[in-house]
Design a protein around this ligand. Structure first.
Ligand SMILES: NC(=O)C1=CN([C@@H]2O[C@H](COP(=O)(O)OP(=O)(O)OC[C@H]3O[C@@H](n4cnc5c(N)ncnc54)[C@H](O)[C@@H]3O)[C@@H](O)[C@H]2O)[C@@H](O)CC1
Ligand SMILES: Nc1ncnc2c1ncn2[C@@H]1O[C@H](COP(=O)(O)OP(=O)(O)O)[C@@H](O)[C@H]1O
Ligand SMILES: [K+]
Length: 463
């Protein structure tokens, strides 16, 4: 499963250098980038008047190419530059522009605006006056495009180095960058398009793509399709949400290992009384178990600790979430069975005690390496990282997911997919995608239970 590649600024520069070494001149890359962007702008805005804001580097160079090509198609184009062009290619692009260049601080608004001020070379925030003017010109335009990146964002972390407006379209050049998928930068445009300019890049880190799921075989039976156990705890509702999500994930069978007299809320789920540690231990002794979920509603007292210890000792691939992560704390680097998945949100991630700084992709990748488990670092931009360095980043999930219990649903779903395929990275990717798709189908103001009801349709859409 692989989607669009995501490259850091340094990786993008290396890929660009490799393309140049293979015989494509840098200026040719700029012409390709400008042509691809001009085509997208032409299709959206046709002959509406256009203002291109050009910065001093190659992002500005792309802007001059866009201006020239659209003017040749009959678009009334004006160009405003922020100072002189400073790179060889941008000087060439500027020289090829056959119209006037206005000073940036005096440019009048236009129906369409192109932000080609800064891209991957931005090293610090824009000056306030520049950021304010960019925002004001963008707000006054009906069509707005950010070339490569909205000016003011940090390419590798998605942080805002200065304030930036909301753009209609962001035109990523050559490949995606982390700022296209990580918040807050990923929230600065309504639509993202990636223009192919002939750069070849590894997709070790990529945008989460739509999964290809398979139907059960005629030879399948409930155990071959995957047996999931959900470890119940003191807050039974959370465990039941996980169990019911697992039951609608495509897995063959779900057992709910109850800590109290409570059924799982779906007759198809087999409730096993596992109040005592020895009951829990013996219910986990089953070679057919393909995935065990623990954490949702587990609790944080001594009993919960003992239950978690029994789970960690069982040897089956685990999905650990919520209280299990909090109880693990800094013990997460040891003792997690192979093939497991951890699904922390940022708060739980911090409690795992890795003391990692930096962008979300790097932190999740390092945590996956240290735990030898797949990490799903959740949020509006969920990062799925495998110990071998593969990463998939999901963006664009419904903000309505920020409601209680949706994480429990994700944990059960991940366990179900893990039981089906046995591959923790693809299982986690499938779960995050299906979770997002179920949310899209559930619409607005849904409860976590409603999300579960949408899972079969979400799965059906990918068969
Ligand atoms: N990497 C590639 O493969 C390609 C890159 N292209 C374009 O080139 C861009 C990168 O170009 P550059 O590396 O020249 O960088 P940028 O054009 O993003 O800007 C860097 C320039 O701005 C200055 N600068 C940085 N932060 C500033 C600030 N806050 N205020 C004032 N000046 C500041 C720097 O000193 C440098 O001169 C990409 O985003 C893309 O648009 C395309 O031309 C084609 C291919
Ligand atoms: N603003 C948001 N936009 C998109 N998805 C979100 C947002 N906030 C949370 N989510 C998703 O919702 C789920 C919440 O999980 P979690 O925080 O563990 O909640 P709970 O513990 O209540 O189940 C995660 O899958 C997360 O990625
Ligand atoms: K830009």
């Amino acid at each position: 499963m692989s989607g669009l590649a995501i490259l850091t600024a340094a990786q993008m520069r290396a890929a660009e250098q490799a393309a140049i070494a293979s015989g494509i001149p840098e200026y040719e890359l700029m012409e390709r980038a400008g042509a691809a962007a001009a085509e997208i702008i032409w299709r959206a805005g046709a002959k509406r008047d256009l203002l291109v804001l050009c910065g001093p580097g190659n992002n500005g160079g792309d802007g001059f190419v866009i201006a020239r090509l659209l003017r040749a198609r009959g678009v009334p184009v004006r160009v405003a530059a922020l100072g002189e062009s400073r790179t060889e290619s941008s000087l060439k692009a500027r020289a090829a522009w056959n119209g006037p260049v206005e000073p940036f601080d005096q440019a009048a608004p236009a129906t369409q605006i192109v932000d080609a001020l800064f891209g991957t070379g931005l090293s610090r925030g824009l000056e306030d006056a520049v950021a304010d003017r960019l925002s004001s010109l963008t707000a006054q335009a009906s069509f707005s495009y950010a070339v490569d990146l909205p000016s003011g964002v940090d390419t590798d972390s998605g942080a805002l180095l200065s304030h930036a407006p909301l753009f209609g379209v962001c035109i990523a050049l050559g490949s995606l960058k982390p700022a296209h998928v990580l918040h807050p930068a990923a929230g600065l445009f309504r639509r993202l398009v990636c223009a192919d300019i002939g750069i070849v890049a590894s997709d070790q880190v990529h945008r989460l793509s739509t999964p290809h799921l398979t139907r059960p075989l005629t030879s399948d039976h409930k155990y071959s399709r995957g047996l999931v156990a959900v470890v119940g705890g003191s807050m039974a509702g959370a465990g039941r949400l996980a169990a019911r999500a697992a039951a609608r994930s495509g897995a063959g069978m779900v057992r709910y290992l109850a800590a109290a007299e409570a059924a799982a809320g779906l007759d198809a789920i087999v409730t096993v009384q596992a109040k005592t540690i020895s009951e829990l231990e013996s219910s986990l002794v089953d070679g057919r178990l393909a995935a065990v979920v623990a954490g949702p509603g587990l609790g944080s007292d001594e009993r919960a600790k003992e239950r978690l210890a029994a789970v960690l000792a069982c040897g089956h691939p685990l999905v650990l979430d919520a209280d299990a992560l909090t109880l693990l704390g800094s013990g997460a680097a040891e003792g997690i069975p192979p093939g497991s998945i951890l699904t922390p949100h940022e708060g739980e991630f911090a409690r795992l005690g890795f003391n990692l700084r930096g962008d979300k992709i790097s932190r999740a990748t390092e945590a996956a390496r240290r735990t030898d488990a797949v990490i799903v670092l959740k949020g509006a931009d969920s990062v799925v990282a495998a110990p071998d360095g593969r990463v998939a980043v999901s963006s664009g999930a419904s903000p309505w997911l920020s409601t209680a219990g949706t994480g429990d649903v994700l944990a059960g779903l991940a366990a179900g997919r893990l039981a089906v395929s046995g591959d923790p990275f693809s299982a986690a990717c499938e779960a995050v995608w299906l979770h997002g798709e179920a949310a899209r189908r559930a619409g607005e103001a849904f409860a976590a239970d409603d999300l579960i009801a949408e899972l079969p349709a979400a799965i059906a859409s990918r068969l």
